[in-house]
Design a protein around this ligand. Structure first.
Ligand SMILES: [Zn+2]
Length: 280
């Protein structure tokens, strides 16, 4: 049995997790970058991929180039979700025009789907849940960003439905990975978030455990998103949870919660490998 994830290292010391759970199916590459090892000025030697406050845009551009090289791609063949903590998922067939920093982003969405070979989808995060979707039959891929708001809005189901609507994917043929994100060990939430989750599609009580403090709960976004994928028709045995908490594993990953907000962003990346024919 292949491991769900494994570390890979690029030429310049850049490290990322790859996902044999998906890649063994053929025709796809999927990575999750770490904080090793970039040109960031905000986070020393960090592979920060977003021009957050205090960061040098030139360093971010260099880091993006390094991260994309690891998946065999380049910035002009990558498209980034704009991220608004919503549930919109966009179909992309080609990279949009670049902004002044060379970023090709689709604004206003938290998810992307494509069937275009060698177009790399990219979602940045520093605790929020990246969800990778792959239908090897079409083939088509999707990539979602699910914080508590996106999870409460049911973005996992929207992603599966979008693959079905755009490419005729059947949920039972979709494989998924729930990537590194803040885990139930570290994700303490307050009453408004608890209430929003309790009203979320497919809510199960197991998503929330009593917290260590009064009126606080520990939220399990990994399980919530897995349950939502299952409810959307994805077989549970085709869903892998990386089980890596970004707040626990800060030596390897950026964590917004774990580092008091002043940190970088890593990225989930997925691309269909060119050269395969449409399988009908
Ligand atoms: Zn943790």
């Amino acid at each position: 049995m292949d491991p769900l994830w494994q570390w890979i290292t690029g030429e310049d010391g850049v490290r990322a997790l790859s996902f044999p759970f998906l890649e063994r199916l053929g025709g796809v590459r999927a990575l999750f970058t770490s904080r090793h090892r970039g040109a960031s000025r905000l986070v020393p030697v960090g592979l920060n991929l977003v021009a957050v406050a205090g960061e040098d845009p030139g360093a971010v551009a260099e880091n993006r180039r390094r991260a994309l090289a690891l998946i065999g791609s380049t910035p002009d063949r990558a498209v980034i979700a704009g991220l608004v903590h919503g549930r919109e998922v966009a179909r992309v067939d080609a990279p949009p025009p670049p902004d002044p920093h060379g970023v090709r982003a689709v604004p206003g969405v938290d998810g992307l789907v494509t069937a275009t070979p060698d177009l790399t989808l990219m979602v940045t995060a520093a605790d929020c849940v990246p969800i990778y979707l792959y239908d090897p039959h079409v083939p088509a891929v999707g990539l979602l960003h699910a914080g508590w708001r996106g999870t409460a809005a049911g973005i996992a189901r929207v992603g599966v439905e979008r693959l079905a609507a755009e490419y005729g994917s059947r949920p039972e043929r979709i494989w998924a990975v729930i990537g590194p994100a803040i885990g139930p060990c570290c994700y303490e939430v307050d009453e408004p978030v608890r209430a929003a989750m309790a009203a979320a599609p497919g809510f199960r009580p197991g998503w929330l455990r009593p917290g260590r403090r009064p009126d606080r709960w520990q939220l399990d976004l990994w399980q919530a998103n897995r349950d939502q994928l299952v409810a959307a028709g994805v077989p549970v045995e085709q869903i892998g949870i990386a089980g890596i908490c970004t707040a626990c594993q800060r030596a390897d990953f950026f964590s917004h919660r774990g580092e008091g907000g002043r940190t970088g962003r890593q990225a989930a990346l997925i691309r269909l490998v060119g050269g395969r024919r449409h399988a009908g």
